[in-house]
Design a protein around this ligand. Structure first.
Ligand SMILES: Cc1cc2nc3c(=O)[nH]c(=O)nc-3n(C[C@H](O)[C@H](O)[C@H](O)COP(=O)(O)OP(=O)(O)OC[C@H]3O[C@@H](n4cnc5c(N)ncnc54)[C@H](O)[C@@H]3O)c2cc1C
Length: 395
């Protein structure tokens, strides 16, 4: 459908990946982003083989490799004595098994890598979407300041508070009762956690902490959850109180307390998700990424699923004839919904599994994670190829 006009709300990981994938398919699109500038915010993100495979095919192999770290393993440990509960080998083993690496990356670097393939005149900054309307022939983005943009297809890549999603569902984000403190520490302050790169998790009663190196190994990114009923803020730049964080983890293993203590500043983020949808489009409007299926970060898949969505949607649109938009969008949601719903639900369930109190249930969990180490456990997640699924759905 080469002449189709596509307007995308949001230039996050979902919107930018869609722009790159559509361009590869010969479809032009414009992105409308509320931020005035695309600046460096946030901390780390784990990009798993199911998504790095797609980024490589989009032509981002070298650019991604230049900023990423390839951890050698994922390690889960007990919160107090640091005893190893489970180790999953990554590195070359992962590359060989899944044909793509497992990376840890600074969010802003991933953003920059994607942006490098989007022509600057296709990204409209300071363009905040306030409403979407549509008729049989076109959809309209209404932007703050009174501008209206028309297109044959509007894609909502506008995150968990999506305005575009209102065309599809009348739901609201759900607070999980968890907040997460995030920080970036210069690698030289925590050499033991930076050298021999690994994704490290410590699991304990009511909270857990995860860390990994980013920025080609120059920084270590961490996220430490704390339950709180009264905190609702979602912003990569909302300041957290380092003293409160240190108090919450005071009795934890010294590797954790040293890491937390080494951060100059921490941000704090209230964790929300939403119920799964039974469709991802309505008329001339579709949603991808967090706008479609915001999930808790306890499986590190939100951005990875956004990348999968973008690639599948672009392929469905590229395959469709000029009058087949409806069929293309139905195909997109048929391919994506079973997978994203499963991952959304598992991410929610992981909160309870990670945060068990010391006792029998925790001991049973530890025995089961010890028994299940190994990459084969992740086959369904990392081995999945959404482009292959799209090809299969053609026949
Ligand atoms: C603590 C934490 C850790 C995480 N770790 C991982 C991880 O390791 N791996 C992983 O895969 N995922 C992870 N995630 C999830 C991941 O960050 C998100 O799933 C991902 O950023 C979603 O990308 P997106 O582009 O859909 O949405 P967003 O990143 O929210 O981007 C939406 C964009 O739309 C813009 N926008 C919003 N509203 C409007 C509007 N009205 N008009 C115009 N523009 C608008 C925003 O400014 C933004 O640029 C984590 C999330 C959290 C909170």
């Amino acid at each position: 459908m080469p002449q189709m006009r596509v307007a995308v709300a949001g230039a996050g990981i979902a919107g930018l990946t869609l722009a790159v994938a559509l361009r590869r398919a010969g479809i032009d699109c414009h992105l409308y982003e509320q931020a005035e500038r695309l600046t460096e915010v946030g901390a780390g993100v784990q990009v798993t083989p199911n998504a790095t495979r797609l980024l490589h095919r989009l032509g981002l192999h070298e650019r991604l490799q230049a900023v990423a770290v390839a951890p050698r393993a994922i390690e889960m440990r007990r919160w107090d004595d640091g005893r190893l509960l489970q180790r999953t080998e990554l590195g070359d083993l992962c590359r060989r098994r899944f044909g793509a690496p497992y990376y840890t990356v600074h969010r802003a670097h991933l953003h920059g890598v994607l942006l490098s393939l989007v022509p600057p005149d296709r990204v409209h900054l300071g363009a905040r979407l306030t409403a979407v309307t549509q008729s049989a022939d076109e959809a309209r983005l209404h932007l703050s300041g009174g501008t209206t943009v028309t297109a044959e297809l509007v894609v909502g890549a506008d995150g968990i508070r999506s305005v575009v999603r209102e065309q599809i569902a009348a739901d609201r984000p759900r607070y999980s009762g968890q907040t997460i403190y995030r920080g970036l520490v210069p690698a030289h302050r925590v050499p033991l956690l930076a050298e021999d790169p690994r994704v490290r998790l410590w699991l304990g009663p009511d909270r857990h902490c995860v860390c990994y190196p980013v920025s080609s190994g120059r920084q270590v990114s961490f996220g430490a959850t704390v339950s709180a009923s009264d905190w609702r803020e979602e912003s990569w730049t909302a300041r957290g109180d380092g003293t409160e964080l240190a108090a919450a983890y005071a009795a934890w293993h010294p590797d954790v307390t040293r890491l937390i203590g080494a951060a100059d500043t921490v941000s704090r983020w209230a964790l929300h998700d939403r119920e799964s949808l039974d469709r991802l489009s309505a008329g001339r409007v579709a949603v991808i990424g967090d706008a479609a299926h915001p999930m808790l970060p306890f499986q590190a898949q939100g951005a990875n699923q956004a990348i999968e969505d973008a690639v599948v949607l672009a392929a469905c649109l590229a395959d469709a004839g000029p009058d087949d938009l409806g069929a293309a969008l139905r195909r997109y949601e048929r391919i994506r919904l079973p997978r994203t719903t499963r991952i959304q639900q598992r991410s929610r369930a992981n909160a309870a599994v990670f945060h068990l109190a010391d006792g029998d249930a925790q001991r049973r969990r530890d025995a089961s994670v010890q028994a299940s180490s190994g990459l084969e456990r992740h086959e369904w997640l990392f081995g999945y190829d959404p482009e292959q699924a799209t090809t299969t759905s053609r026949s």
